[in-house]
Design a protein around this ligand. Structure first.
Ligand code: BGC
Length: 421
């Protein structure tokens, strides 16, 4: 009972009290940053931020929490804050930023935002999350998107495969690859990875309008509809075209399977490109990237942002330096060329980016202009954490249990989302 009361009170007033007396025990010229960039490509990209910060006289004290999409990082963060030891800064996505801002524990970055004109150079869909009740509470470094396929070019060439442009062509390509004795799709069976694929499938099944209705508006009818059944039936097809060892595999190991020619494709956000680049592969030569067939023109996005905890004046100086480095043009250009994402700032040229990076920048600008840039459900930009987790549960249950039919899964999804709101 006591624990129950503590949990109830913590979000309302406990955290502010805890943070009021918060001391994190790091030295004067340091910032401790909690993040989940632990793969080869991610760690290389992160070096750009660390080095640029060091040039400003501040050392980055690393607090990496392995686990894609920040699932584990968010659990550790909650524990750290609850015990009165928040990190100096934290990597956050979408609605997680809003949740922490609601608890009134994030530092106000408005002075910096004004000085640096963030409202002019950061696009509105990112500002919608970075600004809470008129205050900048986080600073975005990039824009990723989930509706991508990463393919081994040698396999595509050998089998004479063209880039598929719709679901039927995708199916035919998968069948051809399978017939040739190659694993068609490299996947890691973790709920967030299953859900990452599902972002694209919902878009393919019903287009951008349907994605919006189901995942952004959380419309019960759309969630339980025949179109959603179709999305689940697509997911069943994908499940049938994996290797037997997919369960629990980390996403970067799935990328390696494509890099090494053990599998033909990975359906994954553009952080996967970071692994190809890290392995010295060249876009267009060793690997190809294309939008998930049937989602061309649309982008399901997520952006990595950094928020600072309220830790008093002495920490604020370093926090501001970190925020400035993250928002810096040079940092964003170099970081994103390595990471696979697109800069959060719109005033950075695509000149130093490879073919996939250039396509990412172009697609993003077009989809933003056409109103088809939509928050990723799998990566926290479509709905609050409770809803996202409810979607994860249903998608993963369906993925791993053949007894659940697409019709039943769609019904379960509508109910789970309704309960989670
Ligand atoms: C983050 C990426 C990260 C990926 C895999 C996504 O949610 O936005 O920066 O590389 O998860 O962990």
């Amino acid at each position: 009972m006591r624990i129950f009361i503590f949990h109830l009170l913590t979000p309302i007033l406990g955290l502010s009290l805890l943070l009021g007396g918060a001391k994190n025990l790091i030295a004067a010229g340091e910032v401790e940053v909690l993040h989940w960039w632990t793969s080869g490509g991610e760690a290389t990209a992160l070096r750009v931020i660390k080095d640029n910060l060091q040039k400003k006289g501040v050392s980055w004290v690393d607090m990496p929490i392995a686990g894609g999409a920040g699932v584990n990082a968010m659990t550790v963060l909650r524990a750290r804050v609850s015990s009165g030891k928040p990190p100096t800064a934290v990597q956050l996505l979408g609605f997680d930023i809003t949740s922490w801002a609601e608890e009134d524990v994030l530092a106000d970055l408005n002075d910096l935002a004004k000085q640096e004109n963030w409202n002019k150079v950061i696009p509105q869909p990112l500002q919608d999350f970075a600004i809470y009740k008129g205050k900048w509470v986080s600073v975005p470094i990039n824009v990723h998107s989930t509706n991508w396929v990463w393919a081994n070019k040698a396999i595509f060439d050998k089998l004479n495969l063209a880039v598929p442009t719709n679901w039927n062509e995708f199916k035919l390509a998968v069948e051809k690859i399978k017939k040739a004795g190659i694993i068609p799709i490299a996947h890691g069976g973790q709920p967030w990875q299953d859900a990452t694929i599902f972002d694209s499938l919902v878009m393919v099944a019903g287009g951008a309008d349907f994605y919006k209705k189901a995942f952004l508006d959380l419309d019960a009818k759309a969630l339980g509809s025949k179109t959603m059944e179709k999305a689940f039936s697509y997911l069943r097809f994908i499940r049938a075209n994996l290797d037997p060892n997919f369960s629990g595999r980390d996403w970067n190991l799935a990328s390696s399977m494509v890099i090494e020619g053990k599998a033909a494709m990975q359906i994954m956000g553009d952080w996967a490109k970071g692994e190809f680049v890290k392995a010295d592969q060249v876009a267009g030569k060793d690997f190809i990237c294309f939008r998930f067939p049937g989602t061309q023109g649309n982008v399901t996005f997520n952006a990595d942002q950094f928020a600072m905890f309220k830790l008093g004046k002495s920490q604020k100086v370093n926090q501001d330096k970190l925020a400035l480095v993250i928002a810096d043009k040079d940092t964003q250009a170099r970081f994103n060329q390595i990471k696979g994402s697109v800069p959060a700032r719109i005033d950075i040229s695509d000149a130093g980016f490879d073919a996939c990076g250039k396509k990412g920048i172009k697609d993003l600008r077009e989809s933003a202009a056409n109103g088809t840039m939509m928050g990723s459900m799998a990566h926290g930009y479509a709905a609050p954490p409770a809803v996202k987790n409810a979607v994860f549960d249903v998608v993963t249950k369906f993925f791993n249990d053949e007894k659940v039919t697409p019709a039943k899964a769609a019904k379960m999804l509508a109910v789970a989302v309704a309960i989670a709101q």
